[in-house]
Design a protein. Structure first.
Length: 1103
């Protein structure tokens, strides 16, 4: 409660009357500090033990929950200075929750005592001391009495292992007061409903104030008392208690870093009370006794371990007496309950911010992870509540006692106007100039003047204010009056009148400086809103709004006016969740609400932002970021799908499906230019970002992206274009940044965006794909998207061997290598190439694009020219006619090229095949065939091939070719030699087979250059089946097995023919034509034929 002293003093100053103040006012004893000392032994951790420590398995004395194999940190010291208290501390870590320490010591007689278990300290300071003392975790302090050696074992059953472990040995020092404390210095002074029990002061037990680093801090009131026990030895004497107090003080203050002793008051087993934390027993000073629940609680600790032995009755009585006195100062009902808000912390049972309903007298274990105040201590809580309630006593005597004992009050009030009247809960008496109202919980309080009138109008003690907890007092500025009650306060000034300010609203107002702050005096009573779920009070300089969910918040000025215009708490913003505040730039004002915020500057006005828009703006740095202040309220887009707000340098757009996104600068301008959210891009789906190279600003949208650089401008990329670019590696890929906007193809089915290193083409059917510059040139040379290749259907890729870059298109593909160049492969040709194994197949990479070729092959059945394409590869070629593609690979292609190429052989008419005997590969063409064996690759023009074919191909007597087609020396014909003969061709004679002795005889006659010339028939078997013959331009060669092969020409051949050939009387020739005296003679089996030189006549002579 604020101004229990100062406010009343000011009021008395106005009246010239002095009252006894409601705090102890006995002369403060002279300080008698005792200098203690702490010896620290560094233990390290289980993972890294200090040199003085060791790690062992298990503990010497069994500990529940500790296995024999668990690692324990141990230190034994026999070389220490005498000490009386032991504590173990470690680096503060909320994860350390289940660590146990066992201690044994050597007493003054030199005997080792039993092991004593010490658990972690469950009290918490909450924050570091105001003078920078380091907070540490640790055990509760263990009073050992005078000791000379120590043995400590630390083991963790679960949770984190502590680090930075240290053993602290505290020597409390000595003081004459240890054996002669005398009477307590602190005694009852106040007009409280209960008498203050005597308390030994800090000076009496020897507190050394020079080591205290915690400057007192105060709560707004006291709401509850917390019962503790110190959990150390019960075997102490009367004279040892001051030393124990100093030891705990030394350990809390320095070892744990709390800056002062943790408890407000300590009670020993003899029923004596000792002052704890500095700051005044009658005050609201915040101590360190219940982690997360130190504020507004009074910490009372019983000296000893009351989990082990019952609590002495003297201790219970003293605890009840001091709590009763404390509650009488702050109007706390000992049988009631209160709501406390957890401050969190490692030992608290409740997370920070949790509101917990507790009895007004509760045990430490109710809020902390601890057994405190021990099972025997906790069992006495009901008795303590009863005793406190009884000690607060009847109210009637309080009224009369206050009037009788307080001369100043009597002078102010004047003569009694009514007798003391007992009413439910208390008593009152009216006087000429006021009243005294008293209750067991609140004591006897003077109520006067306009405040009394206001309280009366509200319903006296039956109103929401309840009983007064202070007298009517003057405000410090001397212009007003105030009085605190159980349920709030009344404040009055001449300008504003008397008004109710209650509970959380009053506490909030206090943080602004009460009436001396910027809010000034209240100008309305506290008024309920939201069906009683909230309240507000208007002040001269603003307003305070409160609800359980939002707390009490200060609003004022233009921000308040804008909130009011939006519908107050029932509008779109709801209740405030933060106070009105000045922006860091000192230009603007703002306040946050349940569903948004209001920001104001002189130039932009007050603007409403909802949570989503505000969140995105906040992520950019609020008003200090690129957007600046809002210049419009949050507004719904025309299509109703999103909300937006414009700012000084940008906008934020938000929808349920896309989230809230900030837009600025060139990106915003480009988006706006294409139609805002109604354009092709739709709503933004990301915030503004910077590319990794720092060169561009970008933002993604439902329908694409925008990229902006200084060098390339700001470019809109539809989704398909962006995705194709993304697949190529974004700006760090080969394309770099966009340099143009999207351009539609003439037919409207595709779009294209140019980039620094290529283009991206996209359509609904193919998606978007990047075409890097090297491939783009070839694509455009082939007609681009309007050409035969059409649109890309894949991104650019790299072949497995790493030699080529490729890309597939609707009508084919493009392949590029350093060695072979960049070439288009039409779709039909690509399929054949792919079937052959791509570049890993026999063809390898293309060395040219497709070349349109028209061929008329002479000597074939074709009725006209054939048109197709030929594409060269490293290992062959692809021939395409009428959409069908045939591969001509390796040696076959080389043989065709050597024999006249496409002009001679035309297009292939078959794939490359294998002969039935497996000895050769062959391929047919319009103008011939190519046969390849391991020895030779032979090109066979059509006439030669057909002649050979008539003999039965390679299965016939000729077998496989052993040469490719050759021109005859005279150039008048061609021939191919086979394993079993030859085929000779000339235009006049056609192609004919020759083999065996007949071919040999012809050869002996000079081949085609001899008298016989070219053959005019194939090798033919004679009708009798006993021989064979071939005719030539200049004769014939006949052969039989018995006669051999002989050349017949001219008159000899004609005359023999007239005899019936080999079937006539002459039979087969048996010799070559030879010269005789008068001509020539040719011998036959049955005679001979002579030819006269003179007449040229042939004469047949038969034997």
């Amino acid at each position: 409660m604020r101004r229990l002293v100062t406010g009343l003093t000011a009021f008395l100053g106005m009246t010239g009357t002095i009252l006894v103040l409601p705090v102890y006012a006995a002369p403060v004893p002279e300080p008698e500090p005792v200098t203690g000392s702490t010896e620290t032994v560094v233990m390290g951790s289980v993972e890294e033990p200090a040199p003085a420590a060791e790690v062992q398995e298990g503990t010497t004395d069994p500990v529940p929950g500790v296995e024999e194999t668990d690692r324990a940190l141990r230190v034994t010291r026999t070389d220490v200075e005498p000490f009386s208290l032991v504590g173990v501390t470690w680096d503060l870590d909320p994860g350390v929750t289940d660590t146990v320490v066992q201690v044994r010591v050597v007493d003054e007689g030199g005997t080792w005592g039993a092991w004593t278990e010490v658990t972690p300290e469950a009290a918490e300071q909450g924050t570091a001391s105001s003078r920078g003392q380091e907070l540490r975790g640790g055990t509760q302090p263990l009073w050992t009495g005078p000791s000379t050696a120590v043995d400590v074992e630390l083991v963790t059953r679960s949770g984190a292992q502590p680090t930075g472990v240290a053993l602290d040995l505290v020597d409390p020092g000595e003081s004459p007061a240890d054996s002669s404390l005398g009477a307590p210095d602190i005694t009852d002074q106040a007009h409280a409903a209960a008498t203050m029990p005597a308390v030994y002061s800090r000076a009496q037990w020897g507190a050394d104030e020079s080591i205290r680093t915690w400057d007192p801090q105060y709560a707004s009131t006291i709401k509850a008392a917390t019962l503790h026990h110190t959990a150390d030895s019960n075997n102490y004497t009367v004279d040892q208690v001051p030393a124990i107090m100093r030891s705990i003080y030394q350990y809390h203050t320095k070892s744990l870093g709390w800056g002062d002793i943790g408890y407000n008051v300590i009670v020993d087993k003899y029923g004596r009370l000792f002052e704890g934390r500095a700051g005044g027993l009658a005050s609201t000073v915040i101590a360190a006794h219940a982690g997360g629940f130190n504020t507004s609680t009074f910490g009372v600790s019983m000296l000893g371990n009351y989990d082990a032995v019952p609590v002495p009755q003297a201790t219970v009585d003293a605890v009840a007496a001091v709590i009763a006195w404390k509650f009488s100062l702050f109007g706390v009902d000992p049988r009631g309950s209160t709501v406390l808000t957890s401050g969190g912390g490692g030992t608290s049972r409740y997370p920070a911010g949790t509101k917990v309903t507790l009895p007004t007298i509760f045990g430490h274990r109710d809020v902390g992870a601890t057994a405190c105040p021990g099972r025997y201590g906790y069992a006495r809580l009901g008795e303590i509540r009863d005793r406190v309630s009884a000690q607060l006593g009847s109210s009637a005597p309080l009224v009369q006692r206050r009037y009788d004992s307080d001369a100043a009050a009597r002078k102010l009030l004047g003569a009694p106007a009514t007798p003391v009247t007992v009413i439910p809960g208390g008593a009152f008496a009216h006087y000429a100039n006021g009243s005294i109202y008293a209750s067991p919980a609140t004591g006897a309080r003077v109520v006067r003047g306009v405040l009394r009138d206001k309280w009366a109008a509200l319903g006296w003690e039956n109103s929401s204010l309840g009983w007064p907890t202070t007298d009517t007092s003057a405000t410090p500025d001397g212009t007003g009056l105030y009085q605190h009650f159980q349920g709030g306060s009344l404040y009055w000034s001449e300008a504003t009148g008397a008004h109710v300010v209650a509970a959380a609203v009053r506490d909030k107002w206090s943080t602004t400086g009460w009436e001396n702050g910027y809010l000034g005096y209240p100008v309305t009573d506290q008024t309920a809103i939201l069906g009683g779920g909230g309240a507000y009070v208007h002040f001269q300089g603003g307003s305070i709004y409160w609800s359980p969910a939002t707390g009490a918040r200060v609003l004022g000025g233009v921000v308040y006016d804008r909130w009011a215009a939006s519908g107050w708490e029932n509008g779109r913003l709801g209740l405030p969740i933060a106070d009105l505040a000045v922006a860091p730039d000192r230009v603007g004002l703002f306040a946050h609400f349940q569903h948004g915020s209001v920001y104001w500057t002189p130039s932009t006005g007050a603007r409403v932002l909802d949570k989503a828009v505000y969140g995105a703006w906040a992520a950019t740095g609020w008003e200090a970021g690129p957007l600046g202040y809002p210049v419009t309220d949050v507004t719904r887009t025309p299509d109703g799908q999103a909300d937006y707000a414009h700012f000084q340098r940008g906008s934020v757009y938000a929808s349920a499906s896309t989230g809230a996104r900030a837009l600025t600068g060139d990106v915003l301008a480009a988006w706006a230019a294409q139609g805002w959210e109604a354009g092709a891009l739709g709503l933004p789906v990301s915030g503004s970002g910077r590319t990794p190279d720092g060169k561009a600003i970008y933002q993604h949208f439902q329908g694409g992206s925008i990229y902006s650089t200084t060098a390339t401008g700001t470019r809109v990329l539809p989704t398909a274009i962006r995705d194709g670019w993304a697949a190529s590696g974004w700006e760090v890929g080969p394309l770099g940044y966009p340099v143009g906007d999207a351009v539609r193809s003439p037919d409207g089915r595709a779009m294209t965006v140019a980039f620094q290193g290529g283009v991206v083409h996209a359509s609904a059917t193919t998606g978007g794909h990047a075409v890097p510059a090297a491939l783009m040139i070839a694509h455009e040379a082939a007609g681009g998207v309007a050409g035969a290749l059409g649109l890309p259907v894949s991104g650019a890729g790299r072949t497995p061997d790493g030699k080529a870059t490729y890309q597939h298109f609707q009508g084919g593909s493009i392949y590029a290598t350093a060695a072979t160049g960049t070439h288009v492969i039409p779709a039909a040709a690509f399929g054949a190439w792919a079937a052959s194994g791509f570049e890993r197949g026999p063809l390898g990479y293309p060395t040219s694009g497709p070349v349109a070729t028209t061929v008329t092959v002479a000597g074939t059945a074709a009725t006209g020219p054939t048109t197709g394409t030929v594409q060269s590869f490293q290992g062959g070629a692809l021939y395409t006619v009428g959409g069908a593609t045939t591969i001509v690979a390796g040696p076959v292609q080389a043989a065709v090229a050597g024999a006249g190429g496409t002009a001679r052989f035309g297009f292939p008419t078959s794939a490359q095949l294998t002969t039935p005997d497996g000895q050769a590969r062959y391929q047919h063409f319009a103008g011939g065939s190519v046969y390849a064996t391991q020895a030779v690759v032979s090109a066979l023009p059509t006439a030669v091939r057909d002649s050979w074919a008539r003999t039965g191909w390679e299965r016939g007597p000729l077998g496989l070719p052993v040469t490719t087609v050759q021109s005859t020396p005279g150039g008048l014909g061609e021939y191919v030699h086979f394993a079993g003969g030859s085929v000779y061709y000339s235009r006049p004679t056609g192609a004919h087979t020759l083999r065996g002795p007949i071919r040999d005889a012809w050869a002996a006659a000079g081949w085609e250059q001899g008298a016989l010339g070219f053959p005019t028939t194939d090798h033919t078997v004679t009708p009798d089946g006993r021989g064979a013959y071939s005719y030539f331009q200049g004769g014939a060669v006949y052969w039989s097995a018995s006669t051999g092969a002989h050349v017949l020409r001219g008159a000899v051949l004609d005359a023999w023919a007239r005899t019936g050939w080999e079937q006539g009387r002459l039979g087969y020739p048996t010799s070559a034509t030879r010269q005789v005296a008068d001509g020539t003679r040719t011998d036959f089996q049955g005679g001979y034929i002579s030819v006269s030189t003179a007449t040229g006549q042939a004469v047949v002579t038969v034997r």
